[in-house]
Design a protein around this ligand. Structure first.
Ligand code: GLU
Length: 279
């Protein structure tokens, strides 16, 4: 009887140990200790310095902002260069940076549960999102538009008629906005923009909708597609930080201001967008 009880206690203890070990393992994936979790928000900057790495959530499928080359594994784009510049400022070395892939749908949950220190991923500042995260000042101004095959009769949002299929990504403002602006359209949502673009090319939709800057990236990937004239929303991008970490927001805003006044921001903008930012 006693032995049985002892055996049971051992089993419980071992199970608990295994659970703790599994938890640690998950957090350590991708190297180094995990960024701080929601309950230590307010200390992100200290954590980054202690850890010696900045962990940033970025897109892997968005040309011009964050695109991973499947051959080399290199991720590059405007958002990536901003992340590198920030790593340089915080840790003195742009390579002290861990990039983690986010999608429009996964980025806020990943920030909230401590997988990443911040989101730099074509993310629009909205009132709704401000309930869940804090944002830096605007670092890029986009607006929503449509991508269509060259020769398509769709010239603007007004041409989207009942029964037409418009493709976009889950968790994006693009999905919300298109339902408002073209309520008769059928909206199909994909896990990310490359999946949506693949579907467009396979003839599964009449148009793809998201920010014009992202759509321009797609026209570089396939010149048979074009962006329609004009935009029908404003999409100001911000860097998202865990809610309540005002010290880190201020730090990031100071960093953005310094980048702008040194001319580094304009250089990066021109490198990726191909023109100087509008004043
Ligand atoms: N900027 C829009 C958004 O934040 C569309 C791009 C994206 O999904 O990241 O939802």
């Amino acid at each position: 009887m006693r032995r049985k009880k002892l055996g049971f206690t051992m089993l419980v203890l071992l199970t608990m140990l295994a659970l703790v070990a599994a938890g640690c393992g998950a957090k350590e994936q991708g190297g180094g200790p995990a960024p701080n979790s929601a309950n230590t928000a307010g200390k992100t900057l200290d954590e980054i310095k202690k850890r010696g790495k900045l962990v940033v959530g970025v897109k892997y499928d968005t040309k011009l902002f964050g695109l991973k080359d499947p051959g080399t594994g290199v991720v590059e784009g405007f958002d990536i260069d901003i992340a590198k510049a920030l790593a340089k400022k915080v840790l003195g070395d742009e390579n002290k940076l861990d990039l983690k892939e986010v999608t429009s749908k996964t980025r806020i949950p990943m920030l909230k549960n401590g997988d990443i220190d911040m989101i730099i991923a074509t993310m629009t500042i909205t009132e709704e999102r401000k309930q869940e995260v804090d944002f830096s000042d605007v670092y890029f101004k986009a607006g929503q538009s449509l991508l269509v095959k060259k020769g398509s009769p769709i010239k603007s949002i007004a041409d989207i008629k009942k029964g037409m299929k418009v493709l976009t990504a889950k968790g994006s403002t693009s999905a919300q906005n298109i339902r408002e602006k073209a309520p008769d359209a059928t909206v199909l949502e994909f896990e990310n923009y490359q999946e949506a673009f693949t579907a467009l090319k396979a003839g599964q939709g009449d148009a793809l909708t998201t920010d014009n800057a992202i759509l321009y990236g797609m026209t570089k990937q396939d010149p048979n597609y074009q962006v329609t004239e004009g935009t029908f929303t404003d999409e100001p991008y911000g860097i998202a930080i865990r809610k309540g970490d005002t010290e880190f927001v201020t730090y990031v805003n100071d960093f953005l201001k310094a980048m702008k006044s040194s001319g580094e921001y304009d250089k990066l903008y021109e490198k990726w967008i191909g023109e100087k930012p509008a004043k």
